[in-house]
Structure formats: structure tokens, C-alpha cells
Design a protein around this ligand. Structure first.
Ligand SMILES: O=P(O)(O)OC[C@H]1O[C@H](OP(=O)(O)OP(=O)(O)O)[C@H](O)[C@@H]1O
Length: 190
């Protein structure tokens, strides 16, 4: 039977520690939204949520952008329930809005090895987007994978190289709904 039960998840939560409290996250959303507004207020951009992790950060930033834009989503995943990402992205859902000639802003929870955003960015460039920008809630101080995006255009906060959950980031599919960023205790890296 799977060890990943609600009781076990509660144990993992109790042994974890807060890395970024809610208030700090909120301030970082304001900062990123202000920067995006300054740079893209006239661009009629498409704001693209990279599901699943990008769900919360997209909503937090987009509701702070008070200018015309469209929202779309894609679903691409490379980690599944593992701690290191596969070399290939698993595309679950491609976009709805045609990006030809458009400014596209990709929103994701974290830049880690960097392959996810590098590949999604290339996907949009190959389909004729005018300009593709990336925005992340967290920039992890982790070695980038070969071919990975080195730096996001907009990043809320820098974090150490630990396995994190909360605010969209999952531990075995759980705890995306935790309203702050926490680090998993190493004894639970199973
Ligand atoms: O920079 P990278 O090393 O590519 O890692 C970052 C990606 O990993 C996570 O997604 P994941 O593949 O776990 O799918 P999920 O969004 O459904 O959790 C996260 O949401 C980012 O999209």
C-alpha cells in the first residue's frame, strides 16, 4: 500500500519549516506586478499559467495587473512525484490562444533546473510569439539543467536549494494549498 496517506502528509507538514511566510509572498507579488505593469501596460499580453504549479501565482499577479490582457493556460510537467525532473516535458494541454505576433508572459511557481520554462518558452517562440517573458514566484539557487532557463525575467524571491511545498508547489501531489512556502525535512525525501 502507498505510504502517502493523509496521516503521513500531516507528519511531513508538522516536520517541515517555513521558508517564506505569507506576508513576504504578498509583498513579492506586489513587486512583480508593478514591474510587469511598468514594462507591458501597452503590450496587450497573453498571461499564461503553467499548470499545475502556476495556478496560484498566476491568479495573484494577474489580479494586480490593471490593464487589458488575456489569460490562457498550458499543462506541462516534468517531475510527477519525483524530486528530480525528467529531461522531457510531458505536455498535457497545449494553449488555446494563438500567440502569433503577441507578447506572452509565462507564469510558474518555481525556476529550478529550468527546463520547464525553457521548453515552454521555445514552444511559444516556435509558434510566432513576438516576445516571450517568464515570471516566477521563486528562483531556486539550484544548478540549472543543460538547456535550462538561467534567469526568469521577473522573479519574486530567491530561495535555497531545498525541496519546497506550498502556494502551488506539491509534495507527492499534496500541500499545494498551503498558503506559505515550506521546506520538507530531509527524512521525508522519500
Ligand atoms: O525548473 P524546473 O526544474 O523545470 O522545475 C520547475 C517546474 O517543476 C514543477 O512542475 P512539475 O513538473 O512538478 O509539475 P506540476 O506543476 O504539476 O507540479 C514546477 O511547477 C515548475 O513547472
Amino acid at each position: 500500500m502507498s505510504k502517502i496517506t493523509p496521516t503521513f502528509i500531516k507528519e511531513v507538514f508538522d516536520a517541515s519549516r517555513v521558508i517564506v511566510p505569507q506576508q513576504t509572498l504578498e509583498a513579492s507579488f506586489e513587486k512583480v506586478a508593478t514591474e510587469i505593469t511598468q514594462n507591458h501596460i501597452k503590450d496587450n499580453p497573453i498571461a499564461v499559467c503553467v499548470m499545475n504549479g502556476g495556478l496560484f501565482i498566476t491568479s495573484e499577479i494577474v489580479k494586480r495587473l490593471r490593464f487589458p490582457l488575456q489569460v490562457d493556460y498550458i499543462h506541462a510537467s516534468r517531475y510527477g512525484n519525483e524530486y528530480t525532473g525528467a529531461n522531457m516535458l510531458n505536455w498535457v494541454k497545449t494553449p488555446n490562444i494563438n500567440p502569433q505576433g503577441r507578447t506572452v508572459i509565462l507564469f510558474d511557481d518555481i525556476l529550478d533546473g529550468g527546463l520547464t520554462l525553457a521548453e515552454v518558452k521555445r514552444y511559444y517562440e516556435d509558434r510566432g510569439a513576438l516576445n516571450v517573458l517568464t515570471a516566477v514566484m521563486l528562483d531556486k539557487k539550484a544548478p540549472r539543467d543543460k538547456g535550462g532557463l538561467i534567469k526568469a525575467d521577473y522573479a519574486g524571491l530567491e530561495v535555497e536549494n531545498e525541496f519546497l511545498f506550498g502556494f502551488g508547489l506539491d509534495y507527492h501531489g499534496y500541500m499545494r494549498n498551503v498558503p506559505e512556502i515550506r521546506a520538507v525535512d530531509t527524512k521525508h525525501m522519500i
